[in-house]
Design a protein around this ligand. Structure first.
Ligand SMILES: C[S@@+](CC[C@H](N)C(=O)[O-])C[C@H]1O[C@@H](n2cnc3c(N)ncnc32)[C@H](O)[C@@H]1O
Length: 497
């Protein structure tokens, strides 16, 4: 297959979430320079009169972050020299993606805490950026954790200097003396259901079930396991419940690998950038902890820096029986980061279960289709959805059907984020059509997607697999569920609007 599937063109690649303050108004350096003399000293003007800063100067990038947080968010903020300096528009995208997850009707709110949203920021850093943004933008409360003295000291200062939101944020020390592996073992001992859950693939956990012990050797195929201070287990207190956790993990395995982007200077100390095993090991630990903490969090999320790690982590999540996995792409200039989210809360809408996994006829209803869209638009979107995975498709506007020929691999592409979501939470439907170029796969299966008009604004979409025992039968329901999500996002009005 080589790089075929990665070489698809993206029709559009939104770089900023539509709710992001900066989506229509990028930072205005000239205005900020005129208002803040301390920032003015870092601003120069190119020949065509455009204001710019020297991105390789840490003092300049830190001052930009400071004035953006002050001017646009009313936040007082500072970090000592060399600490990781966050870019405000990029960090805001992660917050808004979580906002999308929380408002999605797939995983309903379980927290008894009314409308208050409670988040958990793993490794908040000296900059404490996520709690500050989440609290000031959306009124969320947070526990922000860290394991280093300097991070804890400055995160606390940054909270204290913002009395308008300081009540919402608790900075919690992760005790480095604690051995996270022994915590894991003692938790296993306590929960001790002893059940081995070997076939939990994509099954849905039920509320009130005993916490399973680690049924899988998650780290067996990882190059290196995480060792170090606890991450969630041992930090989350008994009985605590959160709507989500988030994490910008130490991405790198070594200082050399962390390097420094010569084009920018955002600081970053070894403690912030590096951990044994890198992000793969760190996020694997979050997954392991989530298996034990289950529904203590509605959503578990993390940033992921490398696509190969994202794929590895998604396959781990499939092993441990989460109820749903969501991904998104954060585009930052020329670099890409991914958001990975999962949950153990049973989905409100039935999406994946072993019994439906084997059904060869599956359907769903699209209600509240916006007026400007016709059934043909929906058909074309269905075609594009499958074509973007490399499957071949034939659209028929007379019978209102799309005939698809796809392999297990194509389904994997769909389910492993190749039809990825943009940072605005909507799936990017890739518009390059591959019908004529798709590589012949050895064991292709055929299925038909039919679209039926019900009443005005409502369509029934039905997927029919030609052979019940075809190789893709196991993935069929997940693929149809993914299709449903994409079409709903694209064509249907939000409930209540
Ligand atoms: C890449 S920095 C992220 C800082 C900040 N959240 C941001 O996005 O700029 C990673 C942070 O994780 C912290 N960290 C490392 N291991 C940790 C652990 N086990 N628990 C909590 N924080 C940890 C580091 O000290 C560092 O501050």
């Amino acid at each position: 297959m080589g790089g075929r599937k990665n070489k698809r063109k993206r029709a559009e690649r939104p770089t900023i979430h539509p709710n992001n303050k900066y989506s229509d108004n990028p930072p205005d350096f000239a205005l900020l320079a005129s208002l803040y003399p301390s920032f003015n000293s870092f601003v120069s003007y190119s020949r065509d009169g455009r204001p710019k800063i020297d991105w390789t100067n840490f003092n300049a990038t830190r001052e930009l972050t400071r004035v953006l947080l002050l001017h646009d968010h009313g936040l007082n903020w500072w970090i000592p020299d060399g600490q990781l300096c966050p870019t405000v528009p990029n960090r805001s995208n992660y917050i808004h993606w979580i906002e999308d997850l929380l408002s999605s009707d797939v995983i309903l709110k379980t927290n008894a805490d009314g409308d208050n949203v409670k988040g958990f920021d793993i490794g908040t850093g000296a900059n404490c950026i996520y709690p500050l943004l989440g609290a000031s933008l959306l009124g969320w409360s947070f526990v922000g954790t860290d394991a280093t003295e300097v991070a804890l000291e400055w995160a606390k200062k940054n909270v204290k200097n913002n009395p308008q939101i300081s009540e919402l944020i608790e900075i919690r020390e992760v005790l480095t003396s604690q051995d996270s592996n022994s915590l894991k073992e003692s938790h296993n001992g306590e929960s001790g259901s002893g059940e081995s859950q070997t076939d939990l693939c994509w099954t849905v956990g039920k509320e009130g079930e005993p916490l399973p012990s680690y049924p899988f050797d998650l780290s067996s195929s990882a190059d290196k396991s995480y060792y170090g201070p606890p991450v969630l287990l041992g930090v989350v207190k008994d009985g605590e419940k959160f709507d989500f956790c988030m994490c910008n993990p130490p991405f790198f395995e070594t200082l050399e690998a962390a390097g420094l982007n010569p084009k920018t200077s955002c600081g970053g100390t070894p403690d912030e950038m590096v951990c044994p095993g890198g992000e793969k090991a760190f996020i694997t630990r979050i997954i392991e902890d989530s298996v034990l903490l289950q529904q203590s969090f509605r959503w578990y999320t993390s940033m992921v820096g490398r696509k190969s790690n994202l794929k590895f982590l998604i396959s781990k999540l499939r092993q441990v029986g989460v109820s749903i996995v969501k991904t998104t792409e954060f585009v930052q200039g020329h670099t890409c980061r991914w958001g990975l989210a999962w949950s153990f809360v049973p989905p409100a809408r039935k999406i994946i279960s072993p019994c439906v996994a084997q059904r060869n006829n599956l359907s769903f209803i699209l209600e509240g289709i916006q007026r400007q869209f016709s059934a043909v638009d929906v058909l074309q979107s269905i075609e594009s959805f499958f074509c973007s995975s490399g499957a071949s498709c034939k659209l028929n506007t007379s019978s209102f059907t799309v005939d698809v020929t796809a392999s297990v691999e194509h389904c994997d592409v769909i389910l492993n984020n190749e039809a990825s979501e943009a940072s605005n939470g909507e799936h990017v439907l890739e518009m390059s059509y591959h019908s004529s170029h798709s590589l012949p796969a050895l064991s292709n299966s055929s299925f038909r997607i039919s679209v039926y008009q019900q009443i005005a604004g409502t369509l029934l979409v039905k997927g029919s697999l030609q052979h019940r025992d075809s190789p893709i039968a196991g993935a069929f329901s997940s693929v149809i569920q993914q299709l449903e999500e994409v079409l709903k996002h694209q064509f249907c009005r939000e409930k209540g609007t």
